[in-house]
Design a protein around this ligand. Structure first.
Ligand SMILES: Nc1ncnc2c1ncn2[C@@H]1O[C@H](COP(=O)(O)OP(=O)(O)O)[C@@H](O)[C@H]1O
Ligand SMILES: [Mg+2]
Length: 252
């Protein structure tokens, strides 16, 4: 089994208050793992710690990604290794088209993987972008829109899925992507993630309060977080149980 993300005994503090108390999590290549739990249980703290947000201090344990401890790496270095944190993207960027923004991101990732990599030629990049958009059933005009400028909630997610697709990460961490999405937008997002999972063997860590998204993106494993600990793990039936019974039965 090819393990890509391995978190061991991870403790994380915000402003010197310990929020995560020793998380263990193993995600093999291409698997989809869901982290569920009530509000305030520490789910977003885990996603921010994986991505290296400076406010989230790692006080113990390790985060190993593709055989390398990434705890000391800056967020952009983690991204260049093939980690993608979805749906935290910046606000509107005046005058920057999606296609331009993505080109810079793709070239940065290529250089990080191979210092000798040449900047993609215009035609090579066009082919990559258009091929990716076709795979995701997106209209090509979408790439000519200015990034996040006047985007609806659904369009924002769509641009993030496109970003995810061209960057082709090994693992995407998606934190509460379904909040505020109508069913149609949720379907587009889920279809994009499922395509990348099937075609590129992308692994996914889906962080969610509600089981709804897991009807569209079927997890290989489900982990329940309560008060900064993973208290239960199982297969997708665990998500069904949460849907029916909530979280109370897990409280000590
Ligand atoms: N920026 C912050 N400053 C101080 N406390 C925080 C901050 N972010 C989260 N917390 C606290 O950490 C705990 C876990 O929060 P969070 O990881 O956001 O939970 P979840 O994503 O599961 O709802 C909560 O008790 C919350 O109040
Ligand atoms: Mg959260």
């Amino acid at each position: 089994m090819d393990i890509q993300l391995e978190i061991r005994d991870l403790t994380v503090a915000i402003d010197e208050v310990e929020i995560l108390h020793g998380i263990n999590l193993t995600v093999p290549k291409g698997e989809v793992h869901a982290i569920m739990g009530p509000n305030g249980s520490g789910k977003s703290t885990l996603s921010q710690a994986i991505f290296g947000h400076p406010k989230y201090a790692i006080t113990g344990g390790s985060i190993n990604f593709k055989g390398q401890d990434i705890v000391a790496l800056a967020p952009d270095k983690r991204a260049n290794l093939g980690l993608f944190l979805a749906f935290q993207s910046p606000n509107a960027v005046p005058g920057v088209k999606i296609s331009t923004f993505l080109k810079q991101a793709v070239n940065a990732r290529r250089r990080a993987t191979d210092p000798d990599a040449k900047v993609l030629k215009i035609r090579e990049y066009r082919e990559l972008l258009e091929g990716t958009m076709d795979t995701l059933h997106m209209k090509r005009e979408f790439a000519d829109r200015y990034l996040n400028d006047g985007f609806s909630g659904g369009e924002k997610k769509k641009s993030e899925i496109l970003q995810m697709a061209v960057l082709n990460p090994d693992i995407a961490v998606v934190d509460e992507i379904d909040s505020g999405l109508d069913v149609d937008a949720l379907r587009v997002v889920a279809a994009g993630i499922n395509t990348l999972r099937e075609q590129n063997q992308m692994g996914v860590l889906i962080i969610t309060h509600y089981p709804r998204i897991l009807k569209y993106i079927e997890p290989d494993a489900v982990h329940i977080m309560m008060d900064g600990n993973i208290v239960n793990s199982g297969d997708k039936s665990l998500a069904h149980k949460i849907e029916e019974q909530g979280y109370d039965w897990l409280r000590a």
